[in-house]
Design a binder for this molecule. Sequence first.
Ligand code: ADP
Ligand code: MG
Length: 447
Amino acid sequence: MTEPILSVRNLKKHYDLGGSLLGSSQHVAKAVDGISFDIHPGETLGLVGESGCGKSTAATSLMRLEEPTDGEVIFNGGGRETNARREGEKSHPNDVTRFSNKELKRFRRDAQMIFQDPASSFNPRMTVGDSVAELLLVHGMRDRQQRRTIVKDLLERVGLSSEDYDRYPHEFSGGQKQRIALARALVLNPDFIVADEPVSALDVSIKAEILSLINDIQEEFGLSMLFISHDLSVIAKVSDRVAIMYLGEIVEIGDTERIFQNPQHPYTEALLSAIPTPDPRTRNKGIKLRGTVPSPANPPSGCKFHTRCHQVIQPESIDIDQQNWRNLLNFRDRVARQEIDIQSIKENAIVGDKTEATAEEIKAQIRSDFELPERVSDPELDSALDESLDKLADEDFEWATERLHEPITTPCEEEDPAYSEHADGHQSACLRHDDVRESVELAAGDD
Ligand code: ADP
Ligand code: MG
């Protein structure tokens, strides 16, 4: 395979939130927490995940619009030397994180970025043509007529008219502005473009047009691209490969087709399940992603996705319906955080014209509110649940927390999953893969 144009290795961006107490660990938001991927010449890698997963931070860090905390970003665009080592250093000569200002200027010619909101990135008092041409001037093209010619040609190539050169940003629609943003990203003839949610602010019909324009332009200009979106259905239209990001980490990466046909990580499954499809056979499996992405300042232990995962692993002693298990974990966490309004549960539990609900009715109400099973096959878990419900009716959260702590545990909150390789270039990080791998090894060791 050809050498990648971009290699990101263990990239981190931790924001210092200040307020750290003496002796305690520093208070940081780990917005990007060690991501690695390659992008090959002419390839588009889609980066997808819900809002707050760290996609934009990954983009601005690798473009060095912000200083990364750690990691390498090797950029081999623009015919750069790739074999020489930086003098006196072990680092790669094309490591963007170590570029001098001069090197950065050249990098910013070869690598461009497009943002979600084109409106805010144009000077309202400048014609759009001059906005685009400005970059040529900054990079040394003094001939005004030459700049005009190049920009007019580009405006036509992105589906506008050369006469649009002398118009102002407010005269254009959102979709047209995004075309102009694309022209501006192309004007210095870059090798690589990062597009951060470029169609997320556009109407559905316009979205499709801009995506197809991006595809055409990418092919025509032989561009490599990092295409960011929270929407897998958008990613599917433009990406050769997809990286799924959750809470600062890439949980799965692979060929777009493989990811869609054969997703391995539960988070990927859940994102796929949210895509509406007209074909009832492939209709979503009804996986609901509840809640939102937790704060990177206080991420869950172990696998960061375990607090929302529909596949969260049960302890060996327990074998119950997976949805019931998820509900039990949610219940345990809400009890521990004392986030249950017992008073209103008691009121809701009153039947008919009685003034008070019985203890049994209150317990039943909690079970119904949290969709807890009537009985659990594991006797230890069953009695822990029953006793906890008793105490909760008396608002004894601490006792209930303690009682639920032991029987309701999962390896997912203890172990950080490593990557497993499923096929060439298809990897994901989930503890469930370890089960599979182990059983494969056992089977192999039998003979
Ligand atoms: P995405 O683009 O996937 O929606 P972002 O990269 O914008 O995610 O944000 C990732 C996380 O980093 C969020 O929790 C966000 O609040 C946090 N974050 C972003 N910028 C800063 C900052 N300057 N200081 C502290 N936290 C930040
Ligand atoms: Mg973003």
